[in-house]
Write a protein that binds this ligand. Structure first.
Ligand code: F6R
Length: 593
């Protein structure tokens, strides 16, 4: 269990705990802090013996990180233990009710309400008691439940929070991600919303919301355990940066056949595509930044209006969506709660949902009309890198696929872009090979406490991602600005020694980018510039530091340009001694609002 939890630590890591049935009772061990603290407490597992248990790594939502607020949460008699991901929204009313019935609470968590409520309804049939609780709790939850009266079984429940079941030989598992159990089995069941499961040593039975048995499909996971391990690299983030050429190759190559973009099992008909009047791209964080690149590229080649919206805004803004609106949902994890809620809102309004997702079988993938997987493999570092690159590649392929059906692109241009796409992995390798230059600049500038990223068009979209990467892992304040906006306010912040990362890869606007560099330099800024090889000489005259990427079709520039952005953030964070794979206050999969 400790090993499985290690692989889930990226989801949250402010405290951890286990409950194990041992010598006739539930033994619970919990500790604030990283999993290592719990592991030490348990003498790496040797301290408690047993064959059935539940464990959890927490990222606090209700109640500060503490030993007591860690999961498992246990009912008053100590009989029932619960681990929970998500939020019980009506926990306060339920807690009041239980307190009025004389039930004492020990923690500040919403989860304890679940454990106490199960015990309140429990009359010897755990499944029935859990069923009754589910009719009373509201919110998002994945639950693992263990009761000392029935130590041969575990109960799993899921609503709006990921949960999978792993089928072994003489052993079965529940986990919020395949990575936790892949060492033991590759046969998994993806639970659907509202479902429960009873796991015993010998089998797994799933039930619907009404506790009627349901048959579930067993899926086979085909990636290797190595894909979820560091393989000699110091950090997952670095490993994942280095994996990008291969990941992008996997995302692109099988989808270009005989000079055409091909999507297997793709249900959007040519007639439907010709009817699309508007495209919404909905996502959060870096996936949203992919959407920003997508907007520039798709509008240019399709001549269809494309609006990019943060999922957390989209869901509450009464968006204008109808059956001729294609809603493109982008998510690495496929579990981001805001993105999921936006998807449901778009569906309610009649839009068609096409999602671009990395995690196979994830909630967003399953609730979409159509899915294009990015095939990036498991991404462990909290800061996304290879998922971003593969999302970008798939959005570009989608644009080309549509352009062909809409007749908005000359055949020669289409052929040429496909050729250039096939070159991308090798060009990405070239950029990675020159990483020492970036490491050098990071060593020069790592102590600047405020950084501006400026660029226009695709370079602006790229700057947003560069800036996010830097701030999330190195804790340096940074902002991305559309260069043309500088003189509308931001330029007042530029003073002697301010670091400006000037993005100038987009050839059509190179001269404008140069003017902006002059503008900030004349106010004292130090400029680190990114441009293409063909513009190297010109930019070298102005910039304090310069990194170049190979020339390619403009549409594909961000796919190359993002690598120096990622490496810069990585090396700066390394210089500053930050916890790169697990930055403070962040979790990999944001399954709360
Ligand atoms: C940044 C990062 C986050 C995610 C965002 C969306 O490095 O990883 O900003 O991009 O939380 O997550 P997904 O793509 O899983 O929906």
């Amino acid at each position: 269990m400790l090993d499985g939890l290690t692989r889930l630590e990226y989801r949250g890591y402010d405290s951890a705990g286990v409950a194990i049935y041992s010598d006739g009772a539930l033994k619970v061990a919990k500790a604030k802090g990283r999993l290592q603290v719990l592991s030490d407490l348990l003498e790496a597992g040797a301290a408690i013996h047993g064959t059935v248990g539940i464990g959890h790594t927490r990222w606090a939502t209700h109640g500060a990180p503490s030993d007591i607020n860690s999961h498992p949460q246990v009912s008053r008699s100590g009989k029932i233990a619960v681990v929970h991901n998500g939020i019980i929204e009506n926990y306060s009313a339920l807690k009041q009710f239980l307190e009025s019935q004389g039930v004492p609470f020990t923690s500040e968590t919403d989860t304890e309400v679940v454990a106490q409520l199960i015990e309140y309804f429990y009359d010897g049939d755990l499944l029935q008691a859990v069923g009754r609780v589910l009719h009373r709790i509201e919110g998002a939850y994945a639950l693992g439940i263990l009761c000392s009266d029935t130590p041969d079984q575990l109960i799993a429940v899921r609503r709006d929070s990921p949960l999978i079941l792993g089928l072994g030989k003489g052993e079965n598992f529940l986990a919020s991600d395949v990575t936790a159990i892949i060492k033991h089995t590759r046969d998994v069941i993806y639970m659907d919303d509202g479902e429960l499961a009873v796991l015993t040593r010998d089998g797994v039975q799933c039930y619907n919301h009404f506790l009627q048995p349901v048959d579930k499909e067993i899926s086979h996971v085909d990636w290797e355990i190595d894909a979820a391990e560091k393989g000699g690299y110091e950090h997952f983030m670095f490993k994942e940066i280095m994996e990008q050429p291969e990941a992008v190759r996997r995302a692109i190559f099988p989808r270009i056949r005989d000079g055409e973009v091909v999507f297997e099992d793709f249900g959007l008909t040519d007639d439907y595509i010709r009817e699309i009047r508007k495209i919404y791209i909905v996502a959060c964080g870096s996936s949203y930044h992919v959407g920003m690149v997508g907007k520039y590229n798709l509008e240019r080649i399709l001549r269809i209006p494309v609006e990019v919206s943060l999922a957390s805004e989209f869901r509450y803004r009464e968006p204008i969506v109808d059956e001729r609106t294609l809603v493109l949902v982008i998510s690495q994890s496929g579990e981001t709660l805001d993105t999921m809620a936006a998807l449901r809102e778009a569906r309610r309004l009649g839009g068609k949902i096409l999602s671009i997702v990395n995690v196979v079988g994830s909630s967003i993938a399953r609730e979409s009309d159509e899915v294009l997987y990015t095939w990036a493999g498991p991404e462990i570092a909290v800061a996304t890198t290879k998922a971003y690159s593969t999302q970008l590649a798939v959005v570009d392929l989608l644009g080309l696929y549509f352009a062909r059906r809409l007749g908005t692109m000359e055949r020669a241009e289409y052929d040429q872009i496909l050729q250039e796409m096939l070159l991308l992995p090798a060009q990405m390798e070239q950029v990675l090979e020159r990483r020492e230059d970036i490491q050098y600049y990071a060593s020069q500038y790592f102590n600047h406490d405020s950084v501006f990223y400026i660029g226009r068009n695709l370079d602006y979209a790229l700057g947003l991602e560069g800036s996010l990467k830097l701030k999330e892992i190195s804790y340096i304040h940074s902002e991305a600005y559309a260069s043309g906006e500088l003189k509308h306010g931001t330029i007042s912040l530029i003073e002697d020694g301010t670091l400006v990362v000037a993005l100038a890869t987009y050839g059509r606007l190179f001269e404008k980018a140069m003017s902006n560099v002059v503008e900030v330099k004349s106010r004292g800024a130090d400029v680190l510039a990114l441009t293409t090889e063909s513009h190297r000489a010109e930019m070298a005259k102005l910039a304090n530091g310069l990194v170049t990427i190979p020339d390619t079709n403009p549409m594909l520039l961000p796919s190359l340009g993002v690598i120096p952005m990622q490496l810069y953030a990585y090396y700066v964070a390394l210089q500053r001694g930050c916890d790169i794979d697990k930055p403070r206050n962040l979790a990999k999969s944001v399954t709360v609002e």
